[in-house]
Design a binder for this molecule. Structure first.
Ligand code: SF4
Length: 316
């Protein structure tokens, strides 16, 4: 059952005294008095493109239409999308209006994808709601996917119940010191575990698929195994299995590849070793996870997305 979504412009009123994410900046993003995420009240977009690289139930044959918001409420040292996600310095961005964003999405939906993925939307939830409302007004009801770092407030997630079909959160850290050092978010473990509990409350463990085998509704939790941080990975898996459920769909990612920004970092400057991933895989098996996806270590990609291109993920 779809919830009534406020009119597009009404959704943006929340940005006048912004408490959208756990940073609780109380910034007036309409006035240019910006908060931690350095994001205003408009539609600053890194890319709108069909993307094949997500889990098979999301990508299908045609990919899904991903909308990449710029900036972020976390600042991960190793971010693959740093060209659009930094809060300091120049980034690649296009300042669009709502109609332009919706038009670009519609052009991609017309080529076959049936889902729209919002990538790193935690600081742009009002804009995401406005886009969904405008798509619905225009008779479109794609599967909506929230591809989030899970640094999300429970209150904000509650306001999305019935609007978001698929939650696709990361669980990055259950080690506050690692979260502080790598992502400037020492409270990430408390925030993300609360956020995951709320997503689990809304969606449960079961997923529903359409006639083409594509995900229509559900929860998939992603965890990226970081080099030199295996204990953190084991804690994340134990939380999901023991505090939520081992029946949750888990996507265990081995694709970490150092960006130029962390090449000289003692741990983050290298790729994952086979024995590190193996240790995490063994724990996943021991905990009884039944649903989800793992990766080959060969999936560590040598190239970064290029946001100066219309499709940043196409092979050059
Ligand atoms: S969304 Fe941005 S301005 Fe709002 S609370 Fe979070 S970091 Fe601060």
């Amino acid at each position: 059952m779809r919830r009534e979504n406020p009119a597009p412009l009404e959704a943006l009123e929340d940005l006048r005294d912004c408490t959208v994410c756990p940073r609780l900046c109380h910034a007036d993003r309409h006035s240019g008095r910006l908060g931690y995420c350095q994001t205003g009240a408009g539609y600053s977009i890194g890319a709108v493109c069909a993307h094949q690289g997500e889990e098979p139930v999301l990508s299908g044959q045609s990919g899904l239409c991903n909308v990449f918001f710029t900036r972020c409420n976390m600042q991960c040292l190793y971010c693959q999308n740093a060209a659009i996600s930094r809060t300091r310095g120049p980034i690649v961005e296009q300042a669009l209006d709502l109609d332009e964003v919706v038009l670009r999405i519609e052009r991609i939906l017309d080529r076959g994808p049936s889902a729209v993925g919002f990538v790193s939307p935690s600081h742009c939830v009002p804009q995401m709601k406005a886009i969904i409302a405008r798509l619905n007004d225009r008779g479109r009801s794609p599967t909506t996917v929230m591809n989030t770092n899970a640094y999300d407030r429970v209150e904000t997630l509650r306001s999305l119940e019935g609007l978001i079909d698929v939650y696709l959160p990361d669980l990055k850290y259950l080690d506050a010191s690692l979260a502080a050092r790598c992502s400037d978010a020492p409270d990430y473990p408390q925030v993300a575990t609360r956020a995951l509990r709320e997503m689990h409350r809304q969606k449960g463990e079961a997923v529903s698929l359409d006639s083409r085998g594509l995900l229509r509704s559900g929860l998939i939790v992603r965890h990226l195994v970081l080099p030199g941080a295996i204990e953190n990975s084991l804690r994340c898996l134990r939380f999901i299995a023991e505090e939520l459920s081992p029946r949750i769909h888990l996507s265990l990612l081995a694709q970490y590849h150092p960006t130029p920004a962390v090449r000289s970092h003692p741990d983050l400057g290298r790729s994952l070793r086979p024995e590190e991933y193996e240790e995490v895989l063994c724990e996943m098996e021991r905990l009884g996870f039944e649903n989800g996806w793992t990766q080959e270590l060969e999936s560590q990609r040598e190239y970064l997305p290029d946001f100066s291109r219309e499709d940043p993920f196409a092979n050059p």
